[in-house]
Design a binder for this molecule. Structure first.
Ligand SMILES: Cc1cc2nc3c(=O)[nH]c(=O)nc-3n(C[C@H](O)[C@H](O)[C@H](O)COP(=O)(O)OP(=O)(O)OC[C@H]3O[C@@H](n4cnc5c(N)ncnc54)[C@H](O)[C@@H]3O)c2cc1C
Length: 234
């Protein structure tokens, strides 16, 4: 039960729709992308609409923190660093346009504040000061607790064996049959496995982000700033 499932469940309950989540593993489990100590959150995106979405996401995480009475977010700032090209300028202008607070480090200040990091010739730098980390495991537990406390039902340990779409959707497990007005699939990279029951497939690609020559991202904490550098798969 990943973060998408948990959040969808909570949203459906908020609009007063009876909601049941079916998953094949017994909770708590360690399957899926959502588990881990932390996940980076920030507002620097290459498309305007993502930055807009993040404004709303921050509000929703803060709402969950208040409802669950638990700290989920730690603001650290994120340093964005890369070739000062069209893409980098685009990122900068989106942040400016959306009035996201940022900090720019000139070469001298950069060396002073981040002596461990090389600033290469032609590289641009920018700090998204709104960014930070979400405590992922804690966030998952919090949203699942809210979901259950509002009456949401979690059926863990049930493998879906068939889905029959229609005006009423029928979902089957080995022992039970569920009928509902709608069904939301949130199995992440495994969505197409479930969609195969409906005869539909989505153009979902699961890239291999870790290889011998490439690590997905590089994060470390220095002077309370997290460095996040993505590299392209070799
Ligand atoms: C190493 C790593 C680092 C990341 N870092 C960041 C980051 O810093 N910032 C960020 O924003 N994002 C990050 N991401 C991405 C982010 O974690 C994911 O986008 C997010 O967790 C996806 O959530 P999800 O609920 O869609 O998928 P998942 O968490 O994968 O949930 C899908 C669930 O479906 C279940 N499932 C599988 N098969 C079935 C089935 N047949 N029936 C029912 N359920 C099934 C799985 O067990 C799983 O629990 C990272 C991802 C990884 C892997």
């Amino acid at each position: 039960m990943g973060v998408e499932t948990s959040c969808f469940g909570a949203v459906f309950l908020a609009i007063r729709t009876l909601c049941c989540v079916i998953l094949p593993f017994i909770l708590p489990h360690s399957w899926g992308c959502s588990l881990g100590q932390t996940r980076i959150i920030g507002k620097a995106y290459e498309h305007d609409f993502y930055t807009h979405m993040m404004e709303e996401c921050y509000l929703l995480w803060a709402k969950l923190e208040a409802e669950a009475n638990v700290t989920l977010f730690r603001r650290t700032g994120i340093l964005l660093k890369g070739p000062d090209d069209v893409d980098f300028q685009q990122l900068k202008s989106i942040l400016e346009k959306n009035q996201v607070p940022t900090e720019t480090l000139g070469p001298e200040e950069f060396i002073q504040r981040l002596p461990q990091v090389n600033l290469l010739a032609g590289e641009g730098t920018l700090i998204d000061t709104t960014a930070g980390v979400l405590y992922a495991n804690r966030a998952l537990r919090a949203v699942q607790r809210v979901f259950q406390s509002e009456g949401g039902v979690i059926k863990d340990g049930y493998q879906v064996t068939d889905i029959q779409p229609g005006s009423t959707v029928t979902v089957m497990t080995a022992t039970e049959v569920y009928r509902a007005e709608s069904q939301v699939l949130t199995a992440g990279p495994w969505d197409n496995t479930l969609m195969a029951y409906t005869g539909l497939q989505i153009p979902l690609q699961v890239p291999i982000i870790l290889s011998k020559n490439c690590f997905a991202c590089f994060v470390f904490n220095s002077c309370h700033i997290y460095i996040y550098k993505q590299c392209n798969p070799a």
